[in-house]
Design a protein around this ligand. Structure first.
Ligand SMILES: C[S@@+](CC[C@H](N)C(=O)[O-])C[C@H]1O[C@@H](n2cnc3c(N)ncnc32)[C@H](O)[C@@H]1O
Length: 357
């Protein structure tokens, strides 16, 4: 596939200003070209390698932009896409719709939409007509496969691009992990933690002991218990009864600062999702990380952006956590995050290697 002059970036709806500010800092070679809530394109002023990776917390999915197709009829739009891509070779085709709302708002979640499925079906027959090796629709890409991307920015405006699936989220359709479940979950924190673990390949293992700060009503605990871990769940608020009664969970119904560290000694991982500003979350967590009774090997923290301006302090947050002795510290605004980001820290990168194996 041929690199182009433009790249596209998908992000959470409303996160475009912080995404632009972040890319201006981290990638001054990019020039803003086109912007809609949740979808932005940039012009390159220096060449990028075809498998480029952006230094970004807020970019959910991105790749090379080949241009847009406009029209009222799906068939005509599909033919435009076919014309645009010509004979270029792809391994996969991902078709998704720009987020209609902020995740968690009024029941919206960034799951695959019906419109994307319909458009994808139309595209599939059009694109495969002249291909020896037919493409499948919306399968998870294998590492380093080349993916044709079609983003429905509007129902009548499809943006076409491609990317190399060089990272875990780049293998998912639109950077959203395939987490759809038919049964009900205790809270949407279930999805956040599942996504955080999948994105970071967090080395959680069956039998591990996890300390969870801010656990009510219990979606994250539900995920942890499903993984076969035991949980110290700290929250003054009650847990969903099914979670609270689980034999592998102990609810410490109190504020984090009132937990006696000796009582949670043996915890290997820490998960925190407190509805307070990032600095308070980090103060609370530091109290545990620096305690002599605890030897925490990794953490998954939700940092609430109680106002968007806090996005500019994420670099300081990462530096602060690194200074506590963590080898790997990274942030991402997860597809299932609301106005918040996820920070993952791993003390020893060898833990991550053994997980990958
Ligand atoms: C976003 S909710 C957590 C959702 C939860 N992780 C789940 O899986 O359903 C935030 C929780 O943090 C708790 N919280 C806030 N400050 C806290 C503190 N200092 N110690 C413990 N819990 C706290 C609140 O009571 C609230 O239940």
């Amino acid at each position: 596939m041929q690199e182009t002059e433009f790249i596209y970036v998908c992000c959470q709806r409303g996160a475009e200003p912080v995404l632009k500010a972040e890319l201006e800092r981290e990638h001054p070679e990019l020039r803003l070209a086109f912007s809609r809530p949740g979808f932005v394109t940039f012009k390159l002023t220096t060449p990028y390698p075809k498998n480029f990776v952006l230094r970004s917390t807020f970019a959910r999915a991105y790749g090379w932009s080949m241009g847009r197709c406009s029209g009222e009829e799906g068939d005509a739009l599909s033919r435009q896409v076919v014309e645009l891509i010509g004979n270029a070779a792809f391994d996969q085709m991902h078709v998704w719709e720009r987020d209609a709302a902020v995740p968690g708002h009024a029941g919206f979640e960034p799951f695959p939409t019906e419109l994307a499925q319909c458009a994808g079906d139309l595209l599939l027959s059009a694109v495969n007509e002249k291909r020896d090796r037919p493409l499948a629709l919306n399968r998870m890409a294998s590492p380093d496969q080349t993916v044709l991307d079609v983003v429905l920015v509007e129902p009548n405006q499809w943006w076409v691009g491609w990317h190399v699936a060089g990272t875990i989220p780049a293998r998912w359709v639109g950077g959203v992990p395939p987490l759809v479940r038919d049964d009900e979950i205790t809270s949407r924190a279930y999805y956040k933690l599942a996504e955080a673990c999948a994105w970071s390949q967090f080395p959680l293992r069956k039998g591990d002991l996890v300390l969870e700060l801010g656990s009510s009503p219990g979606g994250a605990s539900e995920f942890l218990l499903e993984q076969g871990t035991s949980v110290f769940a700290v929250d003054p608020a009650p847990l969903d009864p099914e979670i609270a009664e689980h034999p592998k969970l102990m609810h410490l119904q109190m504020r984090s600062k009132d937990v006696r560290k000796k009582d949670v000694a043996g915890s290997r991982w820490l998960v925190a999702d407190l509805n307070v500003a990032p600095n308070y979350t980090l103060d609370t967590v530091e109290d545990f990380v620096s305690n002599q009774h605890l030897h925490l090997r990794g953490m998954i923290l939700t940092l609430k952006l109680t106002k968007w301006e806090l996005a500019a302090t994420l670099g300081e947050c990462r530096e602060r956590v690194k200074a506590w002795g963590f080898d790997i510290v990274k942030t991402r605004q997860l597809a299932f995050n609301r106005r918040e980001v996820c920070l993952v820290a791993i003390r020893d990168r060898m833990d991550l290697r053994s997980q990958r194996r």
